[in-house]
Design a protein around this ligand. Sequence first.
Ligand code: MSP
Length: 636
Amino acid sequence: MSKVFYATTPIYYVNADPHIGHAYTTIIGDCLARWHRLDGYDTHYLTGTDEHGEKIFQAAQAAGVAPQAFVDQISARFERAWEALGISHDDFIRTTQERHTRVVRQVLQTVHERGDIYYDEYEGLYCVGCERFLTDKELVEGKCPTHQTTPEARREGNYFFRMEKYRAWLTEHIQTHPEFIQPEGYRNEILSMLRESIGDLSISRPRSRVPWGIHLPWDESHVTYVWFDALLNYVSALGFPAGERFTKYWPHTWHLIGKDILKTHAVFWPTMLQAAGIPLYQRLLVGGYLLGPDGRKMSKSLGNVVDPFALSQKYGRDALRYFLLRELPYGQDGAVGEKGLVERYNADLANDLGNLLSRVRALLLRHCKGVIPQPAPGEAEAATSTAGQALLAKLRPLVHNLRLYAAIEEVLQFVRSLNRYFNDQAPWKLAKDPAQQERLGTVLYQVVEGLRIASILLEPAIPDKARQLRQSLGLGDYTLGQAAEWGLAPAGTPIPAEAPILFPKFEAEAPAEAPAEAPPAAPAVPVKAPITIDEFGKVDLRVALVVAAAKVPKADKLLKLTLDMGGQERTVVSGIAQWYKPEDLPGRKVVVVANLQPVKLRGILSEGMILAAVDDQGNLTLVGLDQDLASGAEVR
Ligand code: MSP
């Protein structure tokens, strides 16, 4: 089977800025494109903007800007948005580009010459939001169900495409190609629509009313109907009809769309292709709606709109991508909100994945001279040796069927099993026993391998973080197939001495008052329950130099300290403002708990805690050094 893959998103209307619905569909497509590239497919991923039509023309008029200037401006915002979310599209088509308008005129000419276009007077109900005439059956209480608006009654002379003529043929095609429209519910919806007349499709607008569009080749007094124009982007972008890209990619097309544009893609588009003598696309994959955190449709008036770009800035783009991909089964409606994102992020990414990475790195640095150790020869451990192969075999059909949330969950279950293995084997105990050094190497190697495998399988969802994970283990890039091979992390590879925390933990709600850094109010006695030396050994205490200190706005007790911990800079928020002035601190050496889970305090990420002694009167003094030692020195 040829390994070629072509995925498309809808091209987005430029009457409004990009929002989370657009981001969702585009991230799904991006994940699929990255998956296939990683799997060695010759991949082409297309997105773009839909720039003609009445809706855009009206929006430009309302903004008091010439249509071309208006669409240029908003289209550029979509391009920037996709850059911000790490979208790896290979092409960005705009329907005002000459490479597109040329193809639209050519296809119209062909269909016209074949006798499938005629002129007629038409009367119907038009929804400008949908940019199409609605049938009586589609209306709900006289309104468009998608836009909640009453369509306008229109009567005008239009050119028509003989769509009805292709109804029986289309029905047959859908019936004999179960993968053509998915999920099945949408396929059934279209089959039931096709049981009755679909009518012919009005494909032009008089230029006198809508001057913004592609002129018909045989009648310059009409412009092309926006959907007939827009749908052709999927082939014009490939250089139809002669382009090499068209020949290569078109037979492998997966169209991703939202359910709001099902009819145009499942009925208009295949009949247009058939009339123009172009083979059909392979699959249409229909997604549901994103709903607000309250489970209601997002709308500005309900105040439940979620801004993807704000979330991406706050939590990182991979966190947003992960959340949208993991949270919702494709095809179904689902609620999304910041709280859900933070919960999912903390549980899966910060705890299960990031924390395991930090723990294994700390042991490698301390006990294995900072290199990936050699596992004992021939020792096949259950944790990873065949797991990669089994996982990949499970993931392939899940991804093919767009069950991306289930695929991600499989990988996370694997990561959880690695955590259990790590805890059961307790490598920090093995490290203390000179007779167990080989065993220690084997255990740590297993976990490194497991993390390598998980990072490859998660890379299509979280591309930046997957690479960062591997880099912090001294590893580079791999193909998807190499997730199934055990033992590809080369023993002896040095790991970097410093690595940023992969997923700093976030708090769901900003705390009213910062609890973590406030000095303990309890008296020094009675002493807490005893701990073992091993338990104490888990606390990584280091000497650090205060390089800067500042008050935290609107927080009386808090200071923000910038620490140098031996070449690595850290920020720590500390509850010492009542005892120390910011200007007195720079230049002092302090002792910091270096492996404390980072936490956000007053919007600042605090990456540790500095030690202070406090008496029962509440007097506080920082723990310091008797003699000067270099920053980064261990305290034990
Ligand atoms: N321009 C047409 C598509 C032409 S394709 C040849 C269009 N554009 S749109 O800007 O309105 O975007 C529609 C697409 O955005 C939907 O099909 C869907 O993919 C995505 N979404 C917009 N709002 C959405 C949600 N609330 N939830 C999920 N996706 C939605 O229609």
